[in-house]
Design a protein around this ligand. Sequence first.
Ligand code: PEP
Length: 250
Amino acid sequence: MARRKYVVGNWKMNGLASALDEARAIFEGAAAHPSVDVALCPPFTLIGAMHAAAPDAAVGGQDCHSADAGAFTGSVAASMLADAGATLVIVGHSERRDGCGETNAEVKAKAEAALAAGLSVILCVGEPREVREAGGAIDHVLAQVRESLPDQFDRTRLAIAYEPIWAIGTGLVPTVEDVAAMHGSIRAALTERIGAGANELRLLYGGSVNGDNAAELLGAGDVDGALVGGASLTAAKFLPIVAAAATLAG
Ligand code: PEP
């Protein structure tokens, strides 16, 4: 089964209500590329408004709690994201793994909660620079995949985003060969775990993707799309990435 290209924007902690016009422009522009699935993950505060502004578009959260309700001040449950109009959520982003001390076990619990709430999941993995330099990137990432992956999941509702931490927001990118080697290793680990159905899972690359490098990075073996931070904030920067994905979708 051919995997559809998938380009997801992670707005991180950016965006006020005034940014909804930009989101509308992104979704309108993306409609010209029907072979590509496009989603935006704004801050929690904009999910409802973005869904209202573009009801047919895929809008997601950037994190969720693993519990469905309770005394967790400042947290948001997966069911709350769905209630606000989200259809997906990012879990395990390195800014949460490192910045908030999230473990693989917590990421797994979040992914399971999100799937149970009916959301699709983008599960992030990636190695720090020193691990890459020491030659341990593949082992590091495969351990994250094995330990963060839910025990059971619908493979059409889970994507893995490989995001080398040293490439996020830095302008640095791995070589196409390194991306292909990592994605091939992730695919092989998934096949070991769930069999041939692993071919249905989408593997995204993330880390300093822009309109100039998207075609090359998305053209690497086993890359099915991109998770994009900085370049997802404006239509002018994001739509060329979507267009590059469309050319690869054939
Ligand atoms: C991200 O944070 O997921 C990301 C890939 O950021 P950037 O594209 O800005 O490197």
